[in-house]
Design a protein around this ligand. Structure first.
Ligand SMILES: Cc1cc2nc3c(=O)[nH]c(=O)nc-3n(C[C@H](O)[C@H](O)[C@H](O)COP(=O)(O)OP(=O)(O)OC[C@H]3O[C@@H](n4cnc5c(N)ncnc54)[C@H](O)[C@@H]3O)c2cc1C
Length: 434
């Protein structure tokens, strides 16, 4: 039997895959040239929706409304879009083997395909407490979130156990967003996280105290410090309580865990170079092996603005890295070159009626402005990070699109600043007048 050969193959069907497909089409794609393989049963969608509007009790987001590229103001790409453009979309199809020497892949159903160029976009998966041996972590009623399937299971649990209570483990953005969704669904929530405050990798203590105060005012109980060390189940295997290291026991009908993600590296492991926990790529997302590209959460790429190599798990980078890789592939075919990837880190989160954006690097000295006035959700406040006399990072809660653009410009241009007080008194106007 002759094997099907594709000019391009994308392995993974998430955010990067969807944006890469659109870029292939925009650059000129002939029918039958591109195939996408995804373990998910849905065409690529905007994953961040899952911890936000997908879980709302009213007006919830549902497919096809959040297929890529809806999240960045583009056209939605439902499954028909792929058909119309002659793209073979293999859904519910896991790629088990990717052989970069043979330029072939094998699916879990045993089908084998050949390709000329592959873009690997397998993303990340959640870290499971059971993997680190937490007793009882295999109980029913413990939920994680990465894909629609996970979100549907959580929704069913919310409906089933309407009055909770729930324990959310983890104080990162997933924990915070999911807590907000549970509260909107009238579920009583206790958040548990180690460390001094929520979002420790980004928030300063001042920023964190605002968000923690806001959540507490919404009825959320926050337990900081002790880790969850054990889950007790009832006779049916359903979780009943969460035990913390300090001996505290919290009753829980639902447990939601958001303790981090790990990139899915299995397919290329040992075949291409790795760095910083991801696949090492250049400014065009080429791996160490010709015709093999890695994009999105799995790529460790040169962060030109800071002169180092980083791996980033943000949706904005997933979209932009995919576009960059496809442009590089098409340019190479024409014997042309494109500029290297020049990414400005950008991350955002939304919960309740809060919404923040962050651009740049959160290194050096942090200066938080407007925090004293920030009592209500309508308040605006933010943080600048100063390194070597320059502002290198900026965070803003409640900014308008223009104000968010202004803080992005600050992080990109890194203006000099004479003193911390200059930023404190100028606040947002430091950014808007640049
Ligand atoms: C719930 C949630 C909320 C988020 N919210 C935000 C946010 O507010 N802001 C932000 O900046 N970022 C957010 N992120 C992060 C952002 O969604 C990711 O950075 C982005 O989705 C990464 O895109 P990707 O294409 O690399 O991976 P993914 O979108 O995860 O896609 C990977 C795809 O590959 C598939 N796959 C994996 N292995 C195989 C295989 N062997 N064969 C076939 N298919 C395979 C997976 O099933 C999946 O479909 C959020 C993430 C999650 C999980």
């Amino acid at each position: 039997m002759t094997q099907k050969v594709y000019k391009y193959v994308i392995v993974g069907g998430g955010v990067s895959a969807g944006y890469a497909a659109r870029e292939f089409v925009q650059q000129g794609l002939k029918p039958g040239e591109l195939a996408i393989f995804s373990t998910e049963e849905f065409a690529p969608y905007e994953r961040p929706t899952l911890s936000k509007a997908y879980l709302f009790p009213e007006g919830a987001a549902r497919l096809p409304n959040f297929h890529v590229c809806a999240g960045s103001g583009g056209t939605k790409q439902p499954p028909e879009w792929y058909t119309e453009h002659g793209i073979d979309l293999y859904l519910s199809t896991e790629v088990k083997i990717l052989d970069v020497e043979a330029k072939s892949l094998t699916t879990s159903a045993g089908a084998t395909y050949k390709y000329e160029t592959v873009v690997v976009a397998t993303g990340a998966t959640f870290v499971r407490l059971a993997d680190s041996g937490v007793p009882g972590a295999d109980a029913q009623g413990i939920y994680y979130l990465r894909e629609i399937d996970d979100a549907d299971k959580l929704l069913a649990a919310i409906k089933d156990k309407k009055d909770g209570p729930a324990v959310v483990i983890g104080g990162g953005y997933i924990g915070l967003e999911l807590t907000a969704c549970l509260v909107k669904n009238d579920v009583k929530v206790t958040m548990v996280y180690p460390g001094p405050h929520c979002m420790p990798r980004l928030f300063t203590p001042e920023l964190a105290s605002f968000y923690e105060g806001y959540y507490e005012a919404k009825g959320v109980t926050i337990v900081k410090g002790p880790r969850a060390t054990e889950f007790e189940k009832d006779e049916s295997g359903q979780v009943k309580t969460v035990k913390l290291k300090d001996g505290t026991t919290i009753q829980a009908d639902i447990v939601v865990v958001g303790v981090g993600a790990k990139p899915r590296l299995e397919l290329l492991k040992g075949q291409v170079a790795e760095e910083k926990g991801g696949f090492k790529v250049d400014g065009f997302f080429k791996t160490s092996v010709p015709h093999v590209y890695a994009v999105g959460d799995i790529a460790a790429f040169p962060m030109k603005i800071y002169g180092d190599i980083r791996r980033v798990e943000h949706v904005d980078h997933a979209r932009k890295s995919a576009i960059q890789a496809v442009q590089a592939i098409k340019a190479e075919e024409k014997g042309e070159t494109i500029p290297e990837y020049d990414y400005l880190p950008y991350f955002y989160s939304r919960s309740f009626d809060l919404s923040w954006q962050f651009y740049g690097d959160n290194v050096g000295e942090a200066v938080t402005w407007g925090r004293e006035a920030a009592q209500a959700s309508s308040s605006k406040f933010g943080t600048y990070w100063i390194k070597d006399g320059k502002v290198v990072g900026a965070f803003l809660e409640g900014g308008s699109p223009e104000e968010n653009k202004a803080i992005a410009k600050v992080a990109k241009e890194q203006p000099a600043v004479s003193s911390k007080d200059e930023l404190l008194s100028a606040g947002l106007s430091f950014a808007t007048t640049i």
